[in-house]
Design a protein around this ligand. Structure first.
Ligand code: FES
Length: 346
């Protein structure tokens, strides 16, 4: 996930100053997830309008482990936070790397990274968290659009390490705008196909998705139109074959503000009323119950909560149809209730 590709998460507020440097260890949040203060060790140009940040503990040391597909929350202060996919080597436990596309008309996160975050600056991070994990499969088809390449990069090395048969179809506006393109094509010339739009036109999905394969896992990350096109072509594919990561919320024209329902917090037995137009997350926060959240638009996965009773009305952009049907988790920032009562593990 690279939130400034299209999806920044978190409230739209001006970027505040960077956190003061010097905290070498984690602080625990009220919800138990740790927040680390790291230092921008390196900031480098990666492609047109794309910079890569290398973050590490100021005094060195090991960072929490992660797996390909994971993202990190960068907390810039004053309510501004964004999620960025980790694009480095999971085997390197001394630093994290994220690549950030500058979006001039975005909500400020990428401009903050490009304009304010200098080498030596302290930045608070939370995570890593993985909503886009690489499942075991004999073969993989990776499809990336633009900055959507970032979570895919470590997946390629992992697929290779597993001895899987894999291919990458990678599109971008121009060759110079496509981060990692040269390196990937050079390393895996037979597996990587680069499709700069000004040379080759739009990504041609039909040849690679026309024939469903029971052995191939499809991973796609990029702008919403690409994800929609891939989703549509994967309908005949086996259930669970397609894995996508959305930067922006899925468009749902048929959803209104919802109806009123009751949420029971199982750990305390408290009952809260959630009126139309109010989210479960807001109701829970107002009641003084700490729930971790970040994007508040159903894309980052931070507010995932176990459902013990009732049927959620899923409005997130994360769960697969299969996971939705299981009805055992929901994302409190957007999802609601199909009936009049939900019981949550809170
Ligand atoms: S806060 Fe991001 S999914 Fe709910």
């Amino acid at each position: 996930m690279n939130s400034n590709a299209a999806s920044p998460a978190g409230p739209a507020s001006p970027a505040g100053p960077a956190s003061p440097a010097g905290e070498a260890h984690g602080e625990a949040t009220a919800t138990g997830e740790s927040v680390l203060t790291l230092t921008v060790m390196r900031k480098e140009h990666l492609a047109d309008a794309v910079v890569r940040l290398t973050l590490a503990r100021p005094g060195g040391g090991t960072l929490p482990a992660w797996t390909p597909g994971a993202h990190l929350d960068l907390l810039f202060g004053e309510g501004l936070e964004r999620q960025y996919s980790l694009c480095g080597d999971p085997g390197d436990t001394s630093s994290y790397q994220v690549a950030v596309l500058r979006v001039d008309d975005g909500r400020g996160g990428s401009r903050y990274v490009h304009d304010e975050l200098a080498e030596g600056t302290a930045v608070r991070v939370r995570g890593p968290r993985n909503n886009f994990a690489l499942v075991p499969a004999p073969a993989y088809l990776f499809i990336a659009g633009g900055i959507g390449i970032t979570p895919i990069v470590p997946m390629l090395a992992e697929a290779d390490r597993r001895g899987a048969d894999w291919h990458l179809l990678y599109g971008g506006r121009t060759r110079s705008s496509m981060a990692f393109a040269g390196r990937l094509a050079q390393r895996w010339p037979g597996r990587v196909r680069l499709c700069p739009q000004d040379e080759d036109g739009m990504l041609d999905l039909d040849p690679v998705l026309r024939s469903p394969s029971p052995h191939t896992a499809v991973y796609c990350c990029g702008p919403a139109p690409l994800l929609d096109a891939v989703e549509q072509r994967c309908r005949p594919w086996p259930q669970g074959a397609l894995h996508i990561e959305r930067f922006t919320p899925r468009v749902r024209e048929d959803e209104g503000s919802g109806t009123t329902f009751v949420v029971e917090l199982a750990r305390s037995g408290r009952e809260l009323t959630v009126p139309a137009g109010r989210s479960v997350l807001e109701a829970v926060e107002e009641a003084g119950v700490e729930v971790l959240s970040s994007c508040r638009e159903g894309t980052c996965g931070t507010c995932e909560t176990t459902v013990l009773g009732g049927e959620p009305e899923h409005r997130d952009s994360l769960l697969t149809p299969h996971e939705r049907a299981a009805a055992d988790v929901m994302f409190l920032c957007v999802s609601r209730c199909r009936g009049d009562r939900l019981v949550l593990d809170l």
